[in-house]
Design a protein around this ligand. Structure first.
Ligand code: ADP
Length: 251
């Protein structure tokens, strides 16, 4: 579903920043794959490359066997719709109520008012927020805002949902409920999920695959059970809180 081959991303400026080097990743249909690493490791940049928001400097990203670098214009717009994204900080429109927020991408897509409101209400049902349709973002809790963001990301029936630190601002109870919702979306709607996080608990709770990233490169990846039972990289061991591991500064 997602195939990243030898991806390198350099940000050019006064001094060039190499955010990612030699990234290879295969996410199969139906996976919930976690990308875990410390702050500045390159997680968001990778997500932005997969979300078609950044162009790789080298290498490629394939979505459903299509190399996205070969696309432009309408083809790119069409492919973008098959990838839903939940950003850190929710990115809700504060002047619109919950229904208006979920309707927004459908409105941009030219769907008629009645149809889009019906679809938005179905999505609000899925995320358990039907009764909040008329509320404004300022009247919602963090967990509820995240549910609105998830409903909006699902509006175009994406095959893939990319989640950037979806629970980093939430308490542990709300985190569990959001992770349960993502698992439901994966199982019931068949959406493949890629989740960026710095919390090992998130990976253990819902992911079947994991890749550990440090200083722009993967240091270890595979089935969650295998990696957790036998962590080979010092970075993984440190993220797992294994005693004796110090902050690593390379592979
Ligand atoms: P993470 O999400 O793991 O915290 P990021 O992907 O945000 O890491 O950042 C990885 C590296 O790339 C950091 O050194 C960061 O400063 C740099 N970086 C990210 N975005 C840009 C940008 N637009 N321009 C220049 N450097 C950037």
């Amino acid at each position: 579903m997602i195939r990243v081959k030898n991806l390198t991303k350099v940000f050019h400026g006064e001094t060039d920043v190499t955010a990612l080097t030699g990234i290879n990743l295969n996410v199969e249909a139906g996976d919930i794959c976690g990308i875990i690493g410390m702050s500045g490791a390159g997680k968001s940049t990778l997500l932005r490359c997969i979300a078609l928001l950044e162009r790789p400097t080298e290498g490629s990203v394939e979505i459903d066997n299509v190399d996205i670098s070969t696309l432009s214009g309408k083809e790119l717009t069409r492919l973008r719709k098959s990838v839903g994204v939940i950003f850190q900080g929710y990115n809700l429109l504060m002047q619109r109520n919950v229904l208006g927020n979920v309707c927004f991408p459908l409105e941009l897509d030219g769907m008629k008012k009645r149809e889009r409101e019906q679809r938005a209400m179905e999505l609000l049902e899925i995320v358990g927020l039907r009764d909040k349709a008329k509320a404004y973002p300022a009247q919602l809790s963090g967990g509820q805002k995240q549910r609105v963001a998830i409903a909006r990301a699902l509006a175009a029936n994406p095959k893939i949902l990319l989640c950037d630190e979806p629970t980093s601002a939430l308490d542990s109870f709300t985190t569990s409920s959001i992770l349960d919702l993502l698992t439901d979306i994966n199982r019931k709607l068949g959406v493949t999920i890629l989740i960026i996080t710095h919390e090992i608990g998130v990976v253990n709770a819902i992911c079947n695959k994991v890749a550990i990233i440090n200083m722009g490169a993967f240091v270890e990846q595979g089935e969650v059970k295998k990696v957790m039972q036998n962590p080979e990289s010092p970075v993984t061991r440190m993220l797992l809180g294994i005693r004796g591991e110090e902050m690593p500064c390379g592979k």
